[in-house]
Structures are given as structure tokens and as C-alpha cells.
Write a protein that binds this ligand. Structure first.
Ligand SMILES: NC(=O)c1ccc[n+]([C@@H]2O[C@H](COP(=O)([O-])OP(=O)(O)OC[C@H]3O[C@@H](n4cnc5c(N)ncnc54)[C@H](OP(=O)(O)O)[C@@H]3O)[C@@H](O)[C@H]2O)c1
Length: 157
């Protein structure tokens, strides 16, 4: 099962340069609860951005796949993915795709589940999630708070 998890504002905004445009603690806790100890896939930009937040602490995932098109790039403690499409087509097991914008776009066609945190309001930034055809998905869970509408969508068979 391939799950994408992300937070976006009303304009599908997910980032500003290498950062998240907002700081919403409850969403961070939600994200951590879902992805802690899991197998994750992220782009190299997101990897370096997370390393900036975590400094010398280990990232809280079970196994980290890092996608890059730079075949010379090797990151200690991570499995490198140089062909993301081939990787997604052949992946067997539970994988969480954790960004960023480029990797979400490439992974969306292979996603079984979408964990979307709809952040209320409008922020400034320059990285966007692509348009989603919600006709392809059904909402299987939601929880609305003052700041965020948490949802899980499952691809229709
Ligand atoms: N709101 C959220 O939930 C959320 C979550 C995560 C990240 N973000 C945000 O997303 C932004 C980062 O997104 P981004 O698009 O700049 O970077 P990214 O998705 O983290 O990484 C993009 C990298 O993927 C590699 N790539 C491209 N095509 C590929 C392919 N076919 N196979 C393998 N690798 C491939 C490229 O590597 P090369 O460098 O080698 O070209 C590219 O640099 C930041 O603002 C971050 O804060 C938001």
C-alpha cells in the first residue's frame, strides 16, 4: 500500500523554498504519529530540509528511501532511489511518501491512500501539490479542528 501524507492550504500550497509555510503543532504530532518507525520515501530536498530541523538527531522513521536523479549522491543510512517510477511500480509493502512537491507529483498516480491535512487559511510560498481528481477517491475518515481538516481518502477500485 502506498500512502501519501501532506499538509496544504486552500491553494494546494505545501512549501516555501525548503520550509513548511506554517507551524501547526497538532498537525506535526498527527504526522509523527502516522509516520514514526515507518518506511518512507522522500525527495533529496525534503531530506536536507528535515535534517536542518533535526540537526544531529536521527530522523524518526524505520527506513528512509531518498529519491534523486543524481546517481553520484549517496546518503549514509538511507537507500537511494534513482528511478522513482520503477521503484513505486515494484514496491511491495507499506510505504509512506512524505514529500516534497516534486515527489508527491511523481507518486500521486501510484497512491492507494491520501492523508491530507487541509490547513485552514492562505499562506505565502512557492511549492504546490498538483491538482487532485477527487472523483478517483472516496473519503474514508475525517476530523475537523479549528486549524486543520484531517482526511484520509482511498482510491476507488
Ligand atoms: N506540506 C507538507 O506536508 C510538506 C511535506 C514535505 C515537504 N514539503 C515541502 O516541499 C518542498 C520541497 O519540495 P521539492 O519539490 O522542492 O523537493 P523534493 O520533492 O523533496 O525533492 C525533489 C527531488 O527529487 C528528485 N527527482 C526528480 N525527479 C526524479 C525521478 N524521476 N527519480 C528520482 N528522483 C527524482 C530531484 O533530485 P535532484 O536534486 O537530483 O535533481 C529533485 O531535487 C519544501 O518546501 C518542503 O518544505 C511540504
Amino acid at each position: 500500500m502506498i500512502s501519501l501524507i501532506w499538509a496544504m492550504d486552500k491553494n494546494n500550497l505545501v512549501g516555501i523554498d525548503d520550509k513548511i509555510p506554517w507551524h501547526i503543532k497538532e498537525d506535526l504530532l498527527y504526522y509523527k504519529a502516522k509516520t514514526n518507525g515507518q518506511i518512507v520515501l522522500m525527495g533529496d530536498q525534503t531530506y536536507y530540509s528535515l535534517k536542518g530541523y533535526y540537526k544531529d538527531k536521527p530522523l524518526p522513521y524505520g527506513k528512509i528511501y531518498v529519491a534523486t536523479i543524481d546517481k553520484n549522491l549517496v546518503i549514509d543510512g538511507c537507500e537511494m532511489v534513482y528511478d522513482i517510477i520503477d521503484f513505486l511500480k515494484n514496491f511491495d509493502g507499506d510505504l509512506w511518501v512524505v514529500g516534497g512537491a516534486t515527489i508527491y507529483k511523481l507518486s500521486l498516480p501510484y497512491a492507494n491512500r491520501l492523508y491530507i491535512s487541509f490547513v485552514k487559511g492562505e499562506y505565502k510560498g512557492n511549492r504546490y501539490f498538483p491538482q487532485i481528481n477527487f472523483d478517483d477517491y472516496m473519503l474514508i475518515w475525517e476530523n475537523d479542528t479549528e486549524k486543520v481538516r484531517y482526511t484520509i481518502f482511498e482510491r476507488k477500485k
